[in-house]
Design a protein around this ligand. Structure first.
Ligand code: FES
Length: 161
């Protein structure tokens, strides 16, 4: 009688359920491991890709000659005009990348950790380790002022116009 009971389908059912649950747990673990592996492989890649083209047209050249300073907030920079020509100063703080404010004659101030820069972008108070970046300017064939946001130039470089 006991042997008949063990071989009956009703007695076998719990074993199949255990097999199913075991397989489900195994598949869940395999899927979790696969997702974790994909996530770990993705870690070395930057989550924000650099701009495909760092050169940006800012507008017709004459419009930047009319004013001694033109803010370009969408590109985080200012265009300045002096007797020698045009130059661009980046608004990105050289400490950790916050956007500095432009206080005119008072220079620039970073609200994040208090760095200060003079009107030429030189550090007057840390923790910023370097001056603000001067960016390369060019004129496109169609007469537009073009800035390269990844090309740093010396503070004395001017686009002669
Ligand atoms: S990011 Fe500007 S001082 Fe820290």
């Amino acid at each position: 009688m006991s042997n008949d009971l063990q071989q009956s389908e009703r007695f076998q059912a719990p074993k199949e359920r255990r097999d199913f649950l075991g397989l489900a747990a195994l598949w869940s673990a395999a899927v979790a491991l696969g997702v974790a592996t994909l996530g770990a492989m993705r870690l070395p890649m930057p989550s924000v890709f650099p701009e495909s083209n760092s050169r940006v047209k800012l507008g017709p050249l004459p419009s930047f000659l009319a004013s001694s300073m033109t803010p370009i907030p969408e590109h985080r920079l200012w265009i300045y005009a002096d007797k020698a020509g045009l130059y661009a100063i980046s608004a990105i703080c050289t400490h950790l990348g916050c956007i500095v404010t432009n206080g005119g004659e008072k220079g620039f101030h970073c609200p994040c950790h208090g760095s200060r820069f003079d009107v030429q972008g030189q550090v007057t108070q840390g923790p910023a380790p370097k001056p603000l970046m001067y960016l390369q300017l060019r004129v496109s064939p169609d007469g537009q002022l073009v800035v390269d946001k990844q090309a740093e130039v010396g503070a004395d470089v001017r686009l002669k116009v």
